[in-house]
Ligand binder design. Structure first.
Ligand code: NAD
Length: 394
């Protein structure tokens, strides 16, 4: 990216605890940029609206105004708090809509342990992974028919007639869902994951799938992933395959490309997290894995994320709107603060990103954290969202 000294960054405050965490994020980022670059660089924040706040500004039914979509695609890099999914009225999840409209096909979730954070693991410091979750396909394509609808029933009749599916395996009362997984969708995701491993000197990329059961979707994901690695990155079979090895052109080191079945993977990340590094996986697996791994390093309150296309990046808090604690200055701003850290690295402002990591690590080590962490840390003092932000800055 060619980044001006004062880039315009659109931000969506977000619903619920968005009001608690997003202002803290902006203060932390401004302080980190000032610390790193003095007054030679500064972010020009530009508020854009989505969710409940959009309905207040634009009118009742406008949850995602065109201006917002335009701003996040025009300015290329933006950041957002959590958004409420409107109930009823035929409005789909705003997050899913944003991802689909802007073709944000990578959901990037780094999982890193900060010393002192509560964890159910004995050695949580061994967990250091980056998840590339495919964001546009799989069951999230949203093609489903409720049980008893004419569409579901005619599909069932078709399956019975053409594939001789038995009544016992496929009763007439079934709802039906469709899971599309394409070669193009798989390849662009796996390409990004391998390139990330190359750029960041990572030792392995693991394809996580359930190909033993879903051969032509998840199994194909694995096959297409290996084929892409061979074709575009010169990967070769390792010890006769199916695992592969490719040479990192930047460092000369090997990168191992392997695959593991999703259920085994969920066990492995608890038992042997040090064996896994960059993860490339399908949409639904990625959803489960992201939250499971986040729990190993302090929970969704401090797990950052981003949704990326080839040009646009929206950095975002990974948690929801947490309505029970919204507006009470209690929520953990860590997730959106660390998403901003990712955003700064995306801009190439690594010194400011490093300052955020130092600040957040320091606040956690000092035991001055929000309630979600404090209640699991025997010696910690619970502080408000805004005080946690001030501790990070200090
Ligand atoms: P949630 O993440 O809002 O809450 C789950 C639990 O985690 C709650 O106990 C909550 O209090 C706690 N929690 C979440 N973030 C926290 C933080 N920063 N600090 C401290 N505690 C935190 O999930 P939910 O309850 O399933 O969803 C609530 C709403 O959020 C729904 O409308 C849902 O659609 C929406 N949602 C939005 C996003 C997004 O915008 N990316 C993601 C998930 C859910």
């Amino acid at each position: 990216l060619s980044v001006p000294a004062q880039p315009v960054i659109p931000f969506i405050e977000g619903d619920g605890i968005g009001v608690d965490v997003t202002p803290v994020m902006r203060e932390v980022v401004d302080a980190a940029v000032l610390k790193a670059y003095g007054d030679t660089r500064k972010i020009a924040w530009m508020e854009v609206y989505a969710g409940e706040k959009a309905t207040q500004v634009y009118g009742e039914d406008v949850w995602l105004p065109d201006e917002t979509l335009q701003a996040v695609s025009e300015y290329l890099v933006s950041i957002k708090g959590p958004l409420t999914t409107p109930v009823g009225g035929g409005i789909r999840s705003l997050n899913v809509t944003l991802r689909q409209q802007l073709d944000l096909y990578v959901c990037l979730r780094p999982i890193r342990y900060y010393d002192g954070t509560p964890s159910p693991l004995k050695s949580p410091e061994k967990t250091d992974m980056v998840i590339f979750r495919e964001n546009s396909e799989d069951i999230y394509a949203g093609i489903e028919w409720a049980a008893g609808t004419p569409e579901a029933q005619s599909l069932i009749a078709f399956l019975r007639d053409t594939m001789k599916v038995s009544k016992i395996r496929f009763p007439e009362t079934s709802g039906i869902g469709i899971k599309p997984v394409s070669r193009e969708g798989t390849e662009r995701l796996v390409r990004k994951a391998i390139q990330y491993a190359i750029d960041n000197g990572r030792p392995s990329v693991t394809l996580v799938h359930k190909g033993n059961i879903m051969k032509f979707t998840e199994g194909a994901f694995k096959v297409w992933g290996y084929e892409l690695a061979r074709r575009e990155f010169g990967a070769e079979p390792l010890d006769g395959g199916p695992w592969m090895r490719l040479r990192n052109p930047r460092t000369g080191d090997d990168i191992v490309l392997k695959d593991v079945i999703a259920d085994a993977f969920l066990q492995e990340i608890l038992l042997n997290p040090e064996d896994y590094d960059v993860i490339a996986t399908l949409n639904l697996n990625g959803d489960y894995i992201s939250d499971a791994l986040a729990a190993q390093v302090g929970g969704i309150g401090i797990a950052p994320g981003a949704n990326l296309s080839d040009s646009v990046g929206i950095f975002e808090a990974t948690h929801g709107t947490a309505p029970k604690i919204a507006g009470q200055d209690k929520a953990n701003p860590g997730s959106i603060v660390l998403s901003a850290e990712m955003m700064l690295r995306h801009l190439g402002w690594n010194e400011a990103a490093d300052a955020i990591v130092r600040g957040l690590s320091g606040a956690i080590r000092a035991g001055r954290v929000t309630d979600d962490l404090a209640r699991l840390m025997p010696d910690a003092q619970s502080v408000s969202s805004s005080e946690f932000g001030r501790c990070i800055v200090a």
